[in-house]
Design a protein around this ligand. Sequence first.
Ligand SMILES: [Zn+2]
Length: 196
Amino acid sequence: MRWKGQLNGVQDELVQAASSNATLRDANKHLQLELATASAELSKAKRELDLAHAELEEKKRVPVGQASHKPENTWDKSYKEATLGGIHWRWGYMAPTNKIWNVRPFCDYCDHEMDLDSADIDFDGPTAFLTCPCCGKVADLPLLTAESNINRITSEIERRIRIDVWRDDLNANAQRVSDIFNSVERRRPVKIANAS
Ligand SMILES: [Zn+2]
């Protein structure tokens, strides 16, 4: 009878072993499931991180309040003339600071230089005007004295360089040269100023 009891004991152990084996299998399956879930969450987190990085780079590239297409200001010293307010102005740049100087007015019709100091006061109009000594065309000045006109035009030139619209003046200058070349004023005989 003793071997029967031993057999029962072995059978019990076998049942227990099978049961714990099933438990282990269940646990293993559960762990694999958790691993898969964690892996999916990790992938999702990685995608979100990549997206955040991309957004951050975009924000770095385009500072808030600034146009994304703003080009580099490409001003150079070839910009030395422009028609501003009906008078053509020429100027130079003083080395080494590039300060604008030698601002002079020219007739917009025949390109003869005009003398700021010989401006006439326009008693009917707001300020003063210049008369071209060559073709006799009249141009209004924005202000009364030569110095104030030069300062006004210098500020306008600086503004046009600062906001990078000066390049538009180059096209206008080329058109002006073409217009003068085709104009009657170019062929007008030069009037020599009377000394009296
Ligand atoms: Zn003229």
